[in-house]
Design a protein around this ligand. Structure first.
Ligand SMILES: [Cu+2]
Length: 172
């Protein structure tokens, strides 16, 4: 107990002429935990904002900035939007399997069911791509050369809208 009241009580009980030894002093140890000043708080917030902002920026770049590039080996980058597929002609050798890094930056509220699709009976595909995402999908070219139509049927008029169609062109 080293409160002032306790010390005063001890002093009172001492015989006259005697003093308590000095209280152990702690001034040689710098205060390890200063109360944060407003400046420190501001600096912390500024750094936090930089770190978080930088993270958001980088994350955005991974998706938005590299939409025309891909980390998927051998993949063809194909975008889908309300303007259709981009590119809208894909070339393949007969029987080849195309790997597509398929991306969609449209917001869910603009898309029926929140998705774009890639549909073709002849190519035997019915693929879905959620809003604001990208995924790796494959298309297998038929053996017979020719132009094979595929389309998005989930938005913008779907199959009835010529803009929502694209072609897999199979050439030997
Ligand atoms: Cu669509």
């Amino acid at each position: 107990m080293t409160t002032r009241a306790a010390r005063r009580a001890q002093l009172r009980d001492l015989p006259p002429g005697e003093a308590l030894p000095d209280k152990p002093r702690r001034t040689s140890i710098p205060d390890a935990r200063p109360r944060p000043s407003k400046l420190r708080v501001a600096a912390f917030l500024a750094i936090a904002a930089l770190v978080i902002g930088g993270g958001v920026y980088l994350a955005g770049n991974v998706f938005m900035g590299q939409r025309d590039k891909t980390n998927v080996v051998g993949a063809l980058v194909v975008g889908i939007s309300m303007d259709g597929f981009s590119p809208n002609v894909l070339n393949a050798k007969p029987g080849a399997t195309l790997t597509l890094d398929w991306w969609n930056e449209d917001a869910p509220m603009h898309l029926t069911g929140g998705i774009h699709t890639m549909v073709s009976d002849k190519l035997n595909v019915r693929l879905e791509l959620p809003a604001q995402s990208r995924k790796t999908v494959t298309l297998t070219a038929p053996m017979a050369p020719g132009d094979y139509d595929f389309w998005c049927d989930s938005c913008c008029g779907g199959k009835d809208n010529p803009k929502m169609h694209a072609t897999l062109r199979v050439e030997a």
